[in-house]
Design a protein around this ligand. Structure first.
Ligand SMILES: C[S@@+](CC[C@H](N)C(=O)[O-])C[C@H]1O[C@@H](n2cnc3c(N)ncnc32)[C@H](O)[C@@H]1O
Length: 284
């Protein structure tokens, strides 16, 4: 198992380094692609007027703004993230939308100083902790009695062709990679439902309910095949893999991604299957 402190340092460096600015630049496109996931999260969380919500790993605020609208002026959202550029983007979007009931807090959720909350929500932002049990214990300690938790996380890579198809296409042009540790912090770290249940119960949350949801994700965001190819090289593992590679390798990988995605093109959309867990728990 990777050293938790090193993992946390790597995440901090990534989301404030190469990852953050790319997510900011691609936020508009990514929000459209992932709208079915965000919508499912809000339906699961069912935020109520007047509630105090903690949005962990809020990024550029894809769900934060919906949560803020739902809880209304008598409620409040704390939007927590380690990424300065993504928080700045979220804050700017909230200001542009006239939303004032959000506090944007830059801190590691595993150790952040937190006020109490009624509802913990996360849109794919909880899979990056070096020591997940310690992190969820910390969050539980901050929760008000009876607080609810609702989050979404990805199922396995094999169940997520919207990521897997471009990855397999790019991988053909790159040296073989060691098999990834399925529990290492990252996008697919919560794919195993037994592991998620174990982490949450070990951290003192009530036994969670995990429900499967399959979604179709338009990775073109309605902007055509070329945009789907650009998006696939910018967000996710392919971006890390291609960073710093020779131009001919990048060009060959990009051409293969285009070829692999072309069969999914349907007008201006390029829809591929995605698979998430809807996770909910009480007992904060
Ligand atoms: C996949 S992005 C999701 C962002 C956003 N929720 C969305 O749906 O667009 C994951 C987010 O988790 C944040 N993150 C990773 N580790 C974190 C930690 N330990 N504490 C707080 N945020 C963290 C990252 O900075 C990033 O913004």
């Amino acid at each position: 198992m990777a050293d938790p402190e090193q993992s946390n340092a790597d995440q901090l460096a990534f989301w404030n380094g190469p990852g953050g600015p790319i997510w900011v630049a691609r936020q508009d496109h990514t929000d459209i692609t992932l709208a079915p996931v965000s919508d499912a999260l809000i339906a699961l969380a069912a935020p109520q007027a007047g509630e105090r919500v903690l949005d962990v790993g809020c990024g550029c605020g894809a769900s934060t703004l919906d949560l803020a609208r739902a809880v209304g002026p008598s409620g409040h959202v704390t939007a927590l993230d380690i990424s300065a550029p993504m928080l700045a983007e979220g804050k700017a979007r909230a200001e542009a939308a006239g939303i004032g009931n959000v506090t944007w807090q830059q801190a590691d959720a595993a150790t952040a100083a937190l006020d109490g909350f009624d509802l913990l929500v996360s849109n794919c932002g909880l899979m990056f902790f070096g020591d997940p049990v310690a992190a969820f214990s910390h969050l539980r300690a901050a929760a008000d009695p009876g607080a609810r938790m609702a989050f979404v996380c990805w199922r396995s890579l094999a169940e997520n062709p919207w990521m897997g198809v471009p990855m397999n296409a790019a991988a053909r042009h790159l040296p073989p990679r060691p098999k990834p540790d399925p529990e290492a912090p990252g996008m697919f770290a919560f794919a195993d439902p037994k592991r998620v249940s174990r982490i949450l119960t070990d951290a003192g949350w009530g036994p969670p309910q995990l429900d499967k949801l399959d979604v179709d994700l338009d990775i073109a965001a309605g902007r055509g095949l070329d945009e789907a190819v650009v998006q696939s090289t910018q967000i996710g593992a392919v971006n890390s893999w291609l960073r710093g590679k020779p131009a001919d390798v990048v060009a060959a990988a990009t051409a293969s991604i285009r070829e692999a995605l072309a069969p999914y093109a349907d007008g201006a959309a390029v829809r591929l299957p995605g698979a998430i867990w809807l996770v909910s728990s009480a007992g904060g």
